[in-house]
Design a protein around this ligand. Structure first.
Ligand code: SAH
Length: 401
């Protein structure tokens, strides 16, 4: 981590164009490159820069990076972003999870410990897996100080952490010169088995998606369990079987579909871990869109949890068409009185847009559809009200007649 002297010596300063200070004054934590009028000093990727309006008034400071998001703001006050600064922010993220009852919880030991902008730490994600922490950096600035961040996490969590693993390789841009591959920053671990609402899961934190598990679906999975009593359930985009394990509690039959054979292998293991050999469950390696074509009248409950269809705004129209097409097929296929859990995790798709694409899907099928629940992300993924993008997970439970 940079010492105070180094930060002062660099004196990197960014001045915004007239009017571009508005969103910063409303605490939005990103400065887009198009908002910049002039850069003073010579900041390189990951450096601290100070941000000023065009009347030379201090607005914020943060990590600089070339690319669309030029600055990820760390503070709207003119403070020094030293070790103590990060220590306090991480402590407060941990304290908040303690308030949520997520530490020393006998049912659940997997949760998000630090959620980037949701914890005022843009660029930093940390997930907690039964005394192992997997961190994932989304900015050069956070990546450069990852050793220090790991030490702070270890210091704060004390006996609650045995290993810390860095999985930033896939989330940092290819061109970033500081990239150094994944690896342990503390301790060592092999297989991790976590407990979520009492269910056991093997987490593939080394090669799995994101940091290994979709922690954000914890509460929605519990709702699936409630609705799957005696049902024939289809879990599309099932990954390692998160929803399937919950549905299996009382369902008559559960089918898990994913395009990845590695994910399905873990899904089968996770079912075995919780239920032993149970022939109510089957896995199918297939394209979800294709699989749905053959499903008419076969299921009472369908879960649609696809990967983000849009990562950028320019992909939005196609993404909305994708959601419409997928939901249309599911609404067509489901039995009368059936339930659909449908999700979008695309940051650029608003809840309203997602709902409109489901509306269009329902209208096309001619079936009657009611919304039973509006779903989102749990409180360990808090939404920063000044950063609407942090509300990425949107879901609906539909009742189809
Ligand atoms: N519901 C899961 C997370 C889903 S992640 C959970 O709760 O853990 C999205 C999954 O969709 C990934 O496992 C990916 O392999 C799978 N996938 C992506 N495109 C697909 C497609 N066209 N058909 C089937 N699966 C797909």
């Amino acid at each position: 981590m940079k010492s105070i002297n180094q930060i002062n010596a660099v004196q990197n300063k960014i001045v915004l164009k007239s009017g571009k200070d508005q969103s910063v004054r409303r605490f939005h934590p990103w400065i887009f490159s198009g908002a910049i009028k002039k850069i003073y000093g010579n900041p390189v990727n990951g450096d601290i820069v100070e941000v000023y309006d065009n009347k030379d008034q201090f607005l914020a400071l943060g990590h600089y990076q070339t690319g669309t998001i030029a600055v990820r703001i760390l503070s709207f006050e003119n403070v020094i972003p030293d070790r103590d600064f990060f220590y306090k922010k991480i402590s407060s993220a941990v304290e908040y999870r303690k308030k949520l009852g997520l530490f020393n919880n006998t049912e659940t030991n997997v949760f998000r410990l630090i959620y980037a902008e949701g914890d005022y730490l843009s660029g930093l994600i940390a997930d907690y897996y039964n005394r192992m922490v997997v961190i994932q950096m989304h900015s050069a600035g956070m990546y450069k100080i990852r050793d220090e961040i790991a030490k702070i996490i270890a210091e704060i969590l004390e006996d609650n952490v045995v290993a810390i693993y860095d999985r930033s390789d896939a989330t940092l841009p290819e061109w970033l010169e500081v990239k150094n591959g994944n690896g342990f920053l503390k301790g060592d671990a092999k297989e991790i088995i976590v407990s979520e609402n009492g269910y056991k899961f093997i987490v593939d934190w080394k090669t799995g998606q994101k940091t290994g598990f979709f922690i954000d679906q914890r509460e929605n999975r519990a709702l699936v369990q409630r609705y799957s009593d005696t049902m024939e359930v289809l879990n599309l985009f099932g990954y390692t079987g998160g929803f399937s394990v919950y549905a299996m509690k009382n369902a008559r039959k559960v089918d898990t579909v994913d395009s990845s054979s590695a994910a399905l292998k873990l899904a089968d293991e996770n079912i075995r871990l919780n239920y032993g050999d149970d022939n109510r469950h089957s896995s199918y390696q297939a394209d979800a869109f294709e699989f749905l074509k053959e499903c008419k009248g076969k299921y009472d409950l369908i879960i649609l949890d696809p990967p983000a269809f849009a990562k950028h705004n320019d992909a939005l129209p196609n993404a909305l068409l994708g959601y419409k097409r997928l939901n249309m097929r599911a609404i067509e296929a489901i039995r009368t009185g059936g339930i659909i859990f449908t999700f979008s995790c695309s940051q650029v798709v608003s809840r309203e847009n997602f709902r409109k694409s489901i509306f269009a899907a329902a209208a096309n099928t001619g079936r009657k559809v009611r919304i039973l629940h509006n779903l989102g992300q749990p409180a360990d993924h808090p939404v920063n009200i000044f950063h609407p993008e942090s509300e990425y997970l949107k879901g609906f439970v539909l009742y189809v007649e």
